[in-house]
Design a protein around this ligand. Structure first.
Ligand code: PEP
Length: 254
């Protein structure tokens, strides 16, 4: 039984004061005994304040990206080890906005996963195809190449804390959510690849989140699908009530 996982990606929104206000609303609404993983990923400058606000609560905190090294001459980057030191539990790796705007390669996602694991954080690896890749029949090949490349050389025993987020690029921030059948099919493909290439427990235990225009009105039918274990939520996570409605849908779909 995979525990539902709902994550809010705040992207480059909510500076420290606004981020803490949003975190406070979540802290008071999420029960300490909730049978789900709930996490938020504030913009880097807000992570520390949000972490302090959510410390001891059922809402975990993560960073949206990390450097592939723990420290050194990496101007502007974020250290996974330092994120861990201030109380983060999770890190996103390979979000499509970073792949597209920061030319992040498959090799770089692999190095970042290692850095995240070395720091004691749990990675959430994002994969997803563009509209062109889907329309030309290359969606599965693209997503599986992103998955296989990121995990290449990683021993099985390092995969126990990994989660995946399937985020079709054409669905992110567009309001054009994947249908439950389209999302379920890709989640099953990802799980099938893991089952064929890694021990069975990896495929059975690993949580695969769907991301791309998830909102209170469409979450329930997505989260009811057998291979959709949660949601990575962008825009709708900036409003506490919307995010909490998606958390509720995940609990009902579990
Ligand atoms: C995201 O970028 O991770 C995302 C899922 O965004 P949105 O929900 O706004 O489509």
């Amino acid at each position: 039984m995979r525990r539902p996982f709902v994550a809010g990606n705040w992207k480059l929104n909510r500076g420290p004061a606004d981020a803490v206000a949003l975190a406070e609303a979540l802290r008071s609404a999420v029960s300490p005994s909730i049978p789900a993983t709930v996490a938020v990923f504030p913009t880097t400058l807000s992570v520390h304040a949000v972490g302090k606000c959510l410390s001891g609560s059922a809402v975990a905190v993560g960073v949206q990206d990390v450097a592939p090294v723990a420290l050194g001459a990496w101007t502007g980057d974020t250290s996974a080890a330092m994120a861990r030191a201030i109380g983060c539990d999770f890190a996103l790796v390979g979000h499509s906005e970073r792949r597209a705007r920061h030319q992040e390669s498959i090799e770089s996602t692999r190095a970042k996963i290692v850095a995240v694991l070395d720091a004691g954080l749990l990675p959430v690896l994002c994969v997803g195809e563009t509209l062109d890749e889907r329309q030309t029949g290359r969606a599965e090949a693209t997503v599986l190449a992103q998955l296989a490349g990121a995990l290449d050389g990683l021993p099985d025993d390092r995969l126990s804390g990994l989660s995946l987020a399937y985020e079709p690029v054409w669905a992110i921030g567009t309001g054009q959510v994947a249908t439950p059948d389209v999302a379920q099919a890709m989640h099953a493909t990802l799980r099938g690849w893991l089952g064929a290439n890694r021990p069975v427990w990896v495929a059975e235990d690993l949580r695969i989140l769907y991301g791309g225009s998830v909102a209170p009105g469409n979450a329930a039918e997505l989260l009811a699908m057998p291979d959709i274990d949660g949601a990575l939520v962008g825009g709708a996570s900036l409003d506490a009530a919307s995010f909490l409605a998606i958390v509720d849908a995940a609990l009902r779909g579990a």
